[in-house]
Structures are given as C-alpha cells and as structure tokens.
Design a protein around this ligand. Structure first.
Ligand code: PMP
Ligand code: GLU
Length: 398
C-alpha cells in the first residue's frame, strides 16, 4: 500500500548533521573504530553544579507541568543573564522558554511568516534554517557569501535581497558552520538596513560564549529601533554542554512572545520541568566551566587549523568562534581518488567515511559546494588521529 504524506512534509528533508551523527554513533556501537567530526555537540559532560540542581529538582518533586512558556524563575534568570551580558532590560513577558533553540527558532518562524513571506538566510547557513522557514510556509531567500569575504555578507548584499515580501533576516554569530563572528561595524550597518526596512532580525547567538578572538556583540544593543526588531535566540546546549536537556529561549517584543507561547501551549506544553530548574543553576551558578571548555576548544582549534593548512589540497580560515572548522576541499574535487573521480564534497565525505573511517559533514547541506565541516568538540587525541587519517587518504595510503 502506498502511503502519501502531505506536500509540506514531503518538502522537508532530514537534518544532515543529525543523520551523520546517528550513523557515526551506530558505527561506534558496532565496534567500528570511526572518528567523528560530525555533530556540533560538546564532548564535555554537563557541569556538576547543573547535574546537582537536576537531582534536587527530582527530590523536590518538580515533576509536574510548568507554565507552557517556561517557569517564572527561569524567565527571570534569562532576563538577568541578558542584562548582565548586554545591559538590555527585558521582562518575563518577553521571554519564551522552549525545547531547545531549534524549537525556539521554529516558533519564531511560525509566528513571523504568512504564506509566501520571505526570510533572508546568509549562506553557508546552519542546515535547519531553510527547513524551519519552509515548515512555517515562508520562503527562504539566500545571500551567498564567499571565503574571500570571510563568509560574511555585506550591507549591499542585504539591501539587494530585500523585497516587499521580506519579513526577517537570520543572523547567526558566531556562525555554524563557519565559526565567523560579525564585528560591531558590520552589525551596525546590518541593523540600520533592517530597522529602516522594518525587517526582524532573528539573532541566533547560541555560540556566543565560545569566542576566541574579538567579542560578541548582540545586535539589539545597537539602538532602540533595532532592539524592537530583534528576536534573540539562545539556549543551554553549547555553552553548558547541555545538548540532551533541550532548553532554548527567545527574548523578543511581548506580542511575538505571546504568540509563540500560545502556539507552544498547544504543540508541546512546557519544556522539561527538571531541565528548566537545572537551567536556572546554569545561568546563575558558577560560570567557570565555560572557561575550562573554551580553553580546551581553543587548543584544538589551533591544532586543527595548523594541520589542515599544512596538508596539500586542503585549507581553512581560522574561525573566531563556535567549534567548527569549515575546510576548503576544492583542491581534491574533480580528481581521481582510489580509481574513482570524486566531484562533490558529499562524495568525498562518503569515501572518507568508508576508507578512512572519519565522519565529516559535507557542505551541500549548508548551501555551498566545495567545503567540509569538522567539529572540534571532540578530544585532541581524536582530532590528531582523524586528521592523520585524512592526510593518509589524500596521499593515497588508505
Ligand atoms: N542554532 C544553531 C546555529 C545551532 O548550531 C544549533 C545546534 N543544535 C541550534 C541553533 C539548536 O540548538 P538546540 O540544541 O538548543 O536545539
Ligand atoms: N547544531 C549541531 C550541528 O550543527 C547539532 C546537530 C543539529 O542540531 O543539527 O551539528
């Protein structure tokens, strides 16, 4: 019997990052000695103080429904965190706590888009943005960037992409997959254009705590106008190594927050009560674990970039943030490897997985050809071994 799903469902593809991660985890489970540079998931355990808070939540019996858009305590902790980091004042009515930043973003697009509304997404982009926009009946519109421009778009490009149907711009800094960070001057220009054209800025700052040079600027701090149009998206996953806990949040104007809360109240109800309680501890408790993780990431980034740039056929920019290196593999494409011509980064990643047992994410899913994303949220030992295997593969020694 043939089962037909809705047109909308049929138009959505699987998350390629999660697909590679699950393939990698399955191979590992089967005893294959594969090295994973795939998923953007901290390899550190969640800090002890946060785990302690979760245990306390269980002992306190916090096992019931909470308000659908999050507990008052966590919303207050989010407001305090934003005030501490940016000086911006938000009230709890501006905050919605969701099941991970992915869920927050989906809520945002559902509340912004009417059918056919356009959302500008600079490429390379994180794999989920276009699919989320499509799920919300919006239309993704891409601005292509290049390695030469540091994978950052210009104000001119933004102006050219705006049409009467443009509703929002997605801005992710530090960026997944490139690790690039937008500087104050660049953000000022973007803010001016967005505010003049009354376009919302979906400001995904989930990697804000992982910056190795320069500093993170929240675009909402650049003026009253742009603050009104900014939707801050953040979460616990990356800064606190809490990927599995599923807590994300938004800070936005109150009308949008109310609309998102309404949708969430029907779609999922509250995010996990225990994870919410533990997230208060994450935001308000000892922050020193972030520095410990960050200094480890920095060592790995430096090793990885140096090694990649020493291998013939490979190169990369040095990322300023997040935990990804976006490696240029154009020198390897269109050439014969092990008796077969490899034309795309997807084919290259498939062959590297088969022959060298290294899991990588090809760049097609990020909206650009000729690159491969490596996550350095894995041990230095794995990084060394994995890069050695890639080098051997290129030398024809696999
Ligand atoms: N934004 C970006 C840029 C990401 O890389 C991720 C990774 N998962 C998310 C949002 C979503 O994070 P979460 O795990 O909180 O859903
Ligand atoms: N954001 C991470 C990544 O890009 C986790 C996987 C996902 O959510 O897509 O690898």
């Amino acid at each position: 019997m043939e089962h037909i799903v809705s047109r909308k469902a049929a138009s959505i593809s699987e998350s390629p990052t999660l697909a590679i991660d699950s393939k990698f985890k399955q191979m590992k489970k089967e005893g294959v000695p594969v090295i994973g540079f795939g998923a953007g998931e901290p390899d550190f355990n969640t800090p002890d103080n946060i785990i302690g808070a979760a245990k306390q939540a269980l002992d306190m019996g916090l096992t019931k429904y909470t308000p659908a858009s999050g507990t008052l305590d966590l919303k207050k902790a989010v407001c305090d965190k934003i005030k501490r980091d940016t000086g911006l004042e938000y009230e709890t009515k501006n905050i919605v706590v969701s099941n991970g930043a992915k869920h927050s973003l989906t809520n945002v697009f559902m509340c912004l888009c009417n059918p056919g509304d356009e959302v500008i997404i600079p490429a390379p982009y994180w794999v989920s943005y276009p699919e989320m926009v499509k799920m919300a009946d919006g239309v993704p519109v891409y601005i292509n960037t290049t390695e030469e421009s540091g994978f950052k778009f210009t104000a001119e490009q933004l102006k050219d992409a705006i049409t009467p149907k443009t509703r929002a711009l997605v801005l992710n800094t530090p960026s997944n997959p490139t690790g690039m960070v937008y500087m104050r001057g660049e953000l000022e220009q973007i803010a001016k254009i967005a505010a003049e054209n009354k376009i919302y800025v979906v400001f995904d700052e989930i990697y804000e705590k992982l910056i190795y040079s320069g500093s993170h600027i929240n675009i909402a701090t650049l003026g009253e106008d742009i603050r009104e149009y900014t939707i801050i998206v953040n979460g616990m996953a990356k800064a606190y190594a809490m990927t599995g806990w599923r807590i994300g949040y938004t800070a936005s104007n109150a009308a949008l927050a109310k609309a998102m809360a309404n949708i969430q109240s029907h779609m999922t109800s509250n995010p996990n009560s225990i994870a919410q309680f533990a997230s208060v501890e994450a935001l308000e408790g000892d922050q020193s674990s972030i520095d410990v993780m960050k200094s480890e990431y920095l060592k790995r980034r430096d090793y990885m970039c140096e090694k990649i740039n020493s291998i013939d056929g490979l190169s990369c920019l040095v990322p300023q943030g997040a935990f990804y290196v976006f490696m240029n593999v154009r020198g390897l494409l269109g050439k014969e490897h092990y008796g077969k011509v490899i034309n795309t980064s997807s084919e290259l990643c498939a062959d590297l997985l088969d022959r060298a047992l290294v899991a990588l994410v090809p760049s097609e899913g990020f909206g650009i050809e000729g690159y491969v994303r490596l996550s350095y949220a894995t041990s230095m030992e794995n990084i060394k071994e994995g890069l050695d295997r890639i080098e051997k593969y290129i030398k024809g020694e696999c």
